[in-house]
Design a protein around this ligand. Structure first.
Ligand code: DX5
Ligand code: ZN
Length: 219
């Protein structure tokens, strides 16, 4: 299975959003990573439904929505209607995670769970077979452009073991501070999907950066 690259639109130029979405369409990227923040779960507000609707009009690849919001259950159907293919909720925001995962799938999407840097991967053991994607946060969620937390490698290895022990087909996604400096090591630890915001969009040639990152992850 190829390792995937998911550019995070949070780092795009919002005044040239269509241009940046088309760039991702024309690149070797696999998914669009869309960060939704509510200013409550995280200390920042990104963008919401109308912007996702606009992105979806032009996006020609899988839409991976990362909800950094409290009470995500309230918006599951809304995000399905907006075209999300994968809907990821935060472990820390879900009191009834098992129920939330079933609701995401019932709405026709793949179900993801994101873990803050302090949340131990073992907490997912009892629901691992219900999870399509675990998003391991390698920064504290809320902002792009932060530096990668090194403890992530250990978490990814532990998570990979839990997935194998349970014969689960869960994919592991890494989100935050991903660059060409940690991509290879992350894949070696067990990562399947690399989210990259600043590294892609702040680079001189985003198309090339995506291509190189994907090649590095698959070397
Ligand atoms: C952070 C978001 C990330 C962010 C990554 O809360 O979940 O997806 O866009 O940005 P970089 O790659 O710049 O760390
Ligand atoms: Zn994200």
């Amino acid at each position: 299975m190829s390792k995937l690259v998911a550019p995070s639109i949070l780092a795009a130029d919002f005044a040239n959003l269509q241009r940046d979405v088309e760039m991702v369409n024309n690149s070797e990227a696999d998914w669009f990573h869309i960060d939704i923040m509510d200013g409550v779960f995280v200390p920042n507000i990104s963008f919401g439904m109308p912007v996702l609707e606009a992105i979806n009009k032009h996006a020609g690849k899988v839409i991976d929505v990362h909800l950094m919001i409290v009470n995500p259950d309230r918006y599951i159907q809304t995000f399905a209607d907006l075209g999300a293919d994968i809907l990821t909720v935060h472990y820390e925001a879900c009191t009834h995670l098992h129920r939330t995962l079933q609701a995401i799938k019932a709405a026709g999407m793949r179900a993801g769970v994101a873990l803050n840097p302090h949340t131990n991967v073992s907490l997912l053991e009892d629901v691992i077979n219900d999870i399509d994607l675990v998003c391991v946060m390698s920064v504290n969620p809320g902002f792009g452009g932060q530096s990668f937390i090194e403890n992530t490698y250990k978490k990814v290895k532990q998570l990979k073991e839990i997935i194998a022990d349970n014969n689960a087909s869960t994919q592991i996604e890494i989100d935050g501070g991903v660059t060409d400096q940690n991509a290879k090591q992350l894949v070696e630890a067990g990562a399947d999907v690399l989210v990259a915001g600043s590294f892609v969009f702040k680079s001189a040639n985003p198309l090339e950066t995506i291509k190189d990152l994907r090649a590095l992850a698959n070397k």
